[in-house]
Design a protein around this ligand. Structure first.
Ligand code: ADP
Ligand code: MG
Length: 477
């Protein structure tokens, strides 16, 4: 079992806990569960975990707890290899600081006018997030002093060494008090890293998340590399094509669950969500209705979906890649139950690709990559379904009434081919010109690639009328 704790179990102060709730995190990731207590206890640590496992909050939360808000001097220094990573860390820290108004944080990196940073530094931010080069620059100019630093965090330490920051890092570490706490995160434990550890850390505790061999269920696993803003479009296209009777969409946060539910509902899908903030009674109610096929798409977080046993879930969608392989295995195991076949679709944005790769490695899974299905493909599938329906109707041979009506048209010099084509057109509406959906998310709108958006426009899609029990907006019957 990978250890995962609730944030409430981690001795975190109420203000930060409240911010974590707002961020929609339901439980701590494995690296967070291990690292937060040790860093809070003042230990030097070296943490090894792959990308996407939540390392920022793993060091960010305890670092914030260590700040003395009354002292307006840099107390925590976080070094990151690149400007982009520094910005990402800074953004995440600011979210954690939402209810701590008397603590401030400043990112300093190359490329930003240094004069602006002088001014900002003079205001006395307690946390500095920076690239080693720019931090050194400020130290040389005397605009940043490290005398009050009690904790230094090296994020992606191996990356910083590879980029040639060794000397800068050593200089910075040498200029801080020997009492400081030194926290390091690195994806690998090279000899270089160990040398740095030996020189600058005191009795460091090594945290390496243990991975167990996991049995993956016999489910077809498919993944997509897709920009975040296109994920909703992908989800709806896949639902339209595969038309699963019941499906579960997994998200990493409660906020995302709420967002996807309203996005899907706005597009006319029958979707409901469950997560840790929804009362148990209401969750039970939602689950009962899901089991009774009263709606088709359940959107859930990992915590809320634990123990869900619904036998005929035909597809699982990982709208976001989970932070550990155990959650992945658990998610995809929600489909293909009771000997049925199931499909699991994972949507990985550029940042999530690494997480997906490590999940693939630890679960020894075979995953096939697919591309966003084009509108042309969707049209073809739609047409094929309608043709199949038509063939069936002809076979049933119960058409006298309709033949009589068509004959009145034929008497007016229309050909049977024209009439048939017109009827087909009527049951297969053209994609509508772009019009924003009522509650469409900002990303959805930006990401729309053309005036496409099959807003669930055809009843013919659904593998024959009888299966779709849920009338949909724009649906033609
Ligand atoms: P890493 O530094 O390990 O690559 P990050 O700290 O950048 O990972 O986190 C990756 C993503 O996961 C971020 O979007 C972050 O907000 C999110 N995240 C972090 N911790 C949790 C959690 N406990 N629950 C859900 N999402 C989380
Ligand atoms: Mg990181």
């Amino acid at each position: 079992m990978i250890k995962k704790l609730k944030f409430q179990e981690l001795n975190i102060s109420p203000d930060i806990l409240k911010a974590i709730v707002d961020m929609g995190f339901e439980e701590a990731t494995p690296i967070q569960s291990e690292a937060i207590p040790l860093i809070l206890a003042g230990k030097d640590i070296i943490g090894q975990a792959s990308t996407g496992t939540g390392k920022t909050a793993a060091f960010g939360i305890p670092a914030l707890e260590k700040i003395d808000p009354t002292l307006r001097k840099p107390q925590v220094l976080i070094l990151c290899p690149t400007r982009e990573l520094a910005i990402q860390v800074s953004v995440e820290l600011n979210k954690l600081l939402k209810y701590k108004k008397n603590i401030s944080e400043l990112p300093i990196y190359g490329g930003q006018p240094i004069e602006r940073q002088f001014l900002a530094l003079r205001k006395g931010p307690q946390i500095i997030v920076g690239t080693p080069g720019r931090v050194m620059d400020h130290m040389r100019r005397g605009t940043l002093t490290l005398e009050s630093i009690k904790m230094i965090i090296l994020d992606e330490a191996d990356e910083m060494l590879t980029m040639g920051f060794r000397d800068d890092i050593e200089t910075i570490l040498e200029q801080t008090s020997g009492d400081r706490q030194t926290v390091m995160f690195s994806a690998t434990m090279s000899a270089d890293i160990l040398r740095l550890t030996k020189k600058f850390q005191k009795n460091p505790q090594i945290i390496k998340i243990q991975h167990e061999k996991l049995e993956t269920p016999a489910v077809e696993q498919i993944y997509f590399e897709i920009e975040g803003h296109m994920k909703l479009e992908l989800l709806t296209r896949l639902i339209d094509i595969h038309n699963p009777k019941l499906s579960i969409v997994f998200c990493n946060t409660k906020r995302k669950v709420d967002e996807i539910v309203s996005d899907l509902q706005a597009r006319g899908y029958s979707a409901e969500g469950i997560h840790g903030d929804i009362t148990q009674a209401r969750r039970n109610n939602v689950m009962d209705r899901f089991r009774n096929n009263e709606f088709e798409i359940l959107v859930a977080t990992d915590v809320a979906a634990r123990g869900i046993d619904v036998s005929n879930v035909e597809a699982v969608f990982n709208f976001e890649i989970p932070q550990d392989e155990e959650s992945y295995v658990h998610r995809i195991g929600r489909t293909g139950r009771a000997g049925r076949t199931g499909k699991a679709f994972s949507f990985a944005s550029r940042r999530e690709i690494y997480s997906l790769r490590s999940i693939k490695r630890y679960t020894n899974s075979t995953m096939t990559q697919q591309e966003l299905p084009s509108l042309q493909q969707i049209e073809e599938i739609k047409a094929a379904k309608i043709m199949a329906d038509i063939k069936n109707l002809i076979k049933e041979n119960n058409l006298e009434k309709y033949i009589a009506i068509i004959q009145t048209l034929l008497a007016q010099d229309y050909t049977t081919l024209d009439v048939a084509a017109a009827l087909l057109k009527k049951s297969m509406p053209e994609p509508k010109p772009k019009k924003s959906a009522p509650r469409e998310s900002r990303e959805g709108r930006e990401g729309r690639d053309s005036n496409d958006s099959p807003r669930r426009s055809s009843g013919g899609f659904g593998g024959g009328g009888a299966r779709r029990r849920f009338p949909r907006r724009n649906q033609v019957r």
